[in-house]
Write a protein of this length. Structure first.
Ligand code: NAD
Length: 310
């Protein structure tokens, strides 16, 4: 068994590679950069390339059973600034990738979609997979569009696929300098002895999932054999909502330094509450999250401290 992880040197990708190797699965990583935070793993084949380069992608998909597609060029917060770029660099290049996977006879394609943006403003929480999808950012629209193309490629070319609509992952190797990922950014500020910035009153609620639980879910998605009409799209979260204020309180319990908080105006892109219903994944993927919030934040903090941020 061999897996290709496109975007395998990023936050979710490096955890996924660890879990695949731990299960004795051979791994090839395709990414445009080496990992910033992790040494190459023994036995893993690393290809540096851009998934916009069709020749490189065509070579990368040869001889693999599973393809995990994690590379993405945009973020929810910034995608509305240039939707044309979002569509060109994600939708079009992913369609090309799907064609290459069909040509290479790939057994299973796993796409990492977004539980946080696909649904838009939730009509109810927790959100089930069949909840209406009305994204309020381009990133959510392109993720949804790719899900629809997967359905098309399954229908026309029998490509087997699963979609993981991941909530808010946190944990080791979450970029503390990113524009997304509250836990990682907060811990980065604390490590630098800077105040945390919370948008709005801190009462927006999110579903936070520990990174290795999310990685295990992706493997369960690859393993899952769908019946012809069975579901292929799964919410992957903890199923539990925490406000940003509760996250800050949990961080305070974990870290051994003072935590200062500044509040700035709320952002337009942030919906008030997003918590995923994960019953379908529990039932069909036989997966469930194992690591509670405080334990996960402790591991993330230990890792963040090891960076010696200034
Ligand atoms: N982190 C989150 O909060 C979150 C939540 C839900 C879904 N996702 C999705 O999960 C996936 C992985 O996210 P992440 O947090 O690990 O991001 P990340 O930025 O840490 O990793 C993405 C990796 O993809 C690589 N990449 C980007 N564009 C590429 C290209 N054109 N060619 C080759 N490699 C390229 C990057 O170099 C990086 O190593 C993305 O699709 C993202 O949209 C992330």
């Amino acid at each position: 068994m061999k897996a290709l992880v496109i975007g395998g040197n990023g936050f979710i990708g490096t955890a996924l590679v660890d879990q695949l190797i731990g299960r004795g699965i051979k791994v090839r990583v395709f990414d445009r950069y080496p990992s910033r935070y992790k040494e190459p793993v023994d036995g893993v084949e690393y290809l540096i390339g851009d998934f916009a380069n069709h020749g490189e992608v065509s070579q990368a998909v040869q001889g693999v059973d599973w393809v995990f597609h994690l590379a993405y060029t945009t973020l929810p917060e910034t995608s509305n600034e240039d939707p044309v770029y979002d569509v060109r660099s994600n939708v079009i290049d992913t369609i090309q990738l799907l064609q290459e996977c069909c040509n290479a006879g790939v057994d299973k394609f796993v796409f990492v979609s977004s539980g946080g943006t696909i649904y838009g403003v939730p009509q109810c929480v927790p959100i089930k997979e069949e909840h209406p999808t009305e994204p309020i950012c381009s990133y959510g629209i392109t993720k949804l569009t790719i899900e629809k193309y997967l359905h098309l490629f399954h229908h026309t070319k029998k490509l087997e696929y699963s979609v993981a609509r991941i909530a808010n992952p946190y944990g080791e190797r979450q970029n503390p300098n990113s524009k997304q990922g509250a836990v990682g950014v907060f811990l980065g500020c604390i490590a630098r002895k800077q105040p945390i910035t919370v948008f709005g009153d801190g009462e927006i609620v999110r579903d936070f999932i520990y990174i290795y639980d999310a990685a295990d879910a992706l493997i369960a998605c690859a393993d899952y054999v769908a019946s012809e009409k069975g579901p292929r799209v799964f919410n992957i979260g903890s199923g539990v909502g925490y406000s940003l204020n509760q996250i800050v309180d949990t961080i305070r319990n974990v870290v051994d330094v003072e935590v200062k908080v500044n509040h700035t105006p709320a952002r337009q892109v942030d919906v008030k509450s997003n918590v995923l219903d994960i019953e379908l994944a529990r039932k069909l993927l036989k997966w469930e999250p194992k690591v509670d919030l405080e334990t996960g934040i402790k591991r993330a903090w230990d890792w963040t401290k090891s960076l010696s941020l200034v």
